[in-house]
Design a protein around this ligand. Structure first.
Ligand code: SF4
Ligand code: SF4
Length: 417
């Protein structure tokens, strides 16, 4: 049984048994509650992991129907993974929430409007090209836009979108890697992508940017549209397997968390092969033994740790290791908490996103650093938009951009793409 919604997203038949089995692994101990940012804000059970497990159980067993309150509590989960990382019963909460939202779609409740707009963008190269063409205008004309679009425009950086494709070769190559750019990366983080190629080349690796790659599928998966997510995954697996690269490098931990799950999600050997090759750029660089030159006057950088890096990818140590050689590094004290960006939540649940961000902005202002670095594009743009609005002068960068700057200082021949 399948149902089509008016936005051409396909809601698939729910696997109720699977969903109930996942939910039934929760023993309702409540140990996750103090780690949940939405419970911390609302202080109601339904905004906690345990409460959401109960709601999903009721929904899957047809004891509860989608309605304003139930839907809101499930949509407001940030999928930050904090609960899963502390759960003594090993409840696979992320998978449970994705499937719970798919159940909502199946029972006729669509994702929030702005989230569906983002999904359309993520799935369409034509819309991505169009956004690239009008992004400069949108940024300049922000004040003229309606509030919802103004919020999107505020996330845009002060740079033209990246146009990267093909193979970027280096002399005396040690190997060949492929770069995952994602659907939003070229638009929201062009500097990090260009710097990734420069640093990988300097470390001795040819870099290929497959032209036919697509969104990682995370937005669709977390919104409850697994068929759309699988379509995007299949496209990526095809595009990257054609490169013959030794590693698939990502710069955004939000995408990386899903890329590393392709084995489970795709269910085929090609998916597992792709997932096994997917690595965060700093983790890959550190693993090759490459080290940046020491900086003569190190910048003071504050590190924001994305939830997806902390709770899913788990490759953060390499970032700190590489940065420690070139900068005076300090971690933000609230790094155990989500900044509120959380994929599409940054636009679909602005009040939660901005409340969670407020504490981060104070920490940044108090950090004594001159720059914030973070390995996830969503966090970076959400924090930068908040700093810009507050009039706090800080640059938010990807760690690889700090490495590229130091490289260029020591060796002016390092290209700036
Ligand atoms: S999700 Fe895990 S930590 Fe939270 S109540 Fe259930 S069993 Fe306990
Ligand atoms: S994923 Fe995060 S926001 Fe959602 S229930 Fe778990 S801790 Fe709370």
């Amino acid at each position: 049984m399948a149902r089509n919604d008016s936005n051409a997203q396909t809601a698939v038949a729910p696997q109720q048994h699977d969903l109930l089995q996942l939910a039934d692994s929760c023993v309702k101990c409540g140990l996750c509650l103090p780690h949940c940012p939405t419970f911390d804000l609302a202080r109601v059970e339904a905004e906690s992991p345990r409460g959401r497990v109960g709601l999903i159980q009721g929904l899957a067993a047809d004891r509860l129907r989608p309605g304003d309150a139930l839907t809101r509590h499930l949509e407001q989960c940030l999928s930050c993974g904090n609960c899963e990382s502390v759960c003594p019963a090993n409840v696979r909460f992320g998978e449970l929430m994705d499937k719970g939202r798919a159940e909502l779609r199946y029972k006729g409740s669509q994702a929030p409007t702005l989230e569906r707009a983002l999904l359309r963008f993520a799935g369409s190269r034509r819309l991505q090209r169009l956004a690239g063409q009008i992004s400069g205008l949108a940024r300049l004309g922000q004040r003229l836009l309606p509030a919802s679009l103004r919020r999107l425009a505020a996330l845009l950086p002060d740079q033209a979108p990246a146009r990267l494709a093909g193979r970027y070769r280096t002399t005396g190559s040690r190997g060949h890697v492929a770069l995952f750019t994602g659907c939003l990366g070229p638009l929201l983080e062009p500097r990090a992508l260009a710097d990734s190629i420069a640093v990988l080349n300097a470390a001795g690796f040819d870099v290929e940017v497959p032209k036919d790659q697509a969104c990682c599928g995370a937005l669709a998966l977390h919104a409850g549209y697994p068929d759309e997510a699988r379509r995007l995954m299949a496209r990526n697996i095809r595009a990257f397997s054609g490169t013959g690269a030794d590693a698939v490098i990502f710069t955004a931990s939000g995408c990386g968390a899903t890329l590393r799950e392709y084995g489970r999600l795709n269910g085929k050997p090609a998916g597992a092969d792709f997932a096994g090759k997917a690595q965060d750029i700093c983790h890959f660089l550190a693993g090759t033994g490459w080290r940046p030159p020491r900086a003569s006057s190190p910048d003071r950088v504050a590190v924001h740790l994305p939830c997806t890096m902390k709770n899913a990818v788990g490759q953060h140590d390499a970032t700190l290791q590489l940065l420690a050689g070139v900068a005076d590094v300090r971690s933000l004290p609230g790094n155990s908490r989500c900044c509120g960006a959380a994929g599409a939540s940054v636009v679909s649940h602005p009040a939660v996103a901005d409340t969670l961000r407020a504490g981060k902005l104070t920490e940044i202002a108090d950090s004594g650093a001159t720059e914030v670095v973070t390995s996830n594009v969503g966090c970076a743009r959400h924090l930068q938009a908040g700093l810009n609005q507050s009039g706090i002068e800080y640059r938010v960068s990807h760690p690889v951009s700090v490495l590229a700057r130091v490289l260029r200082k020591g060796s002016p021949g390092v290209p700036d793409l």
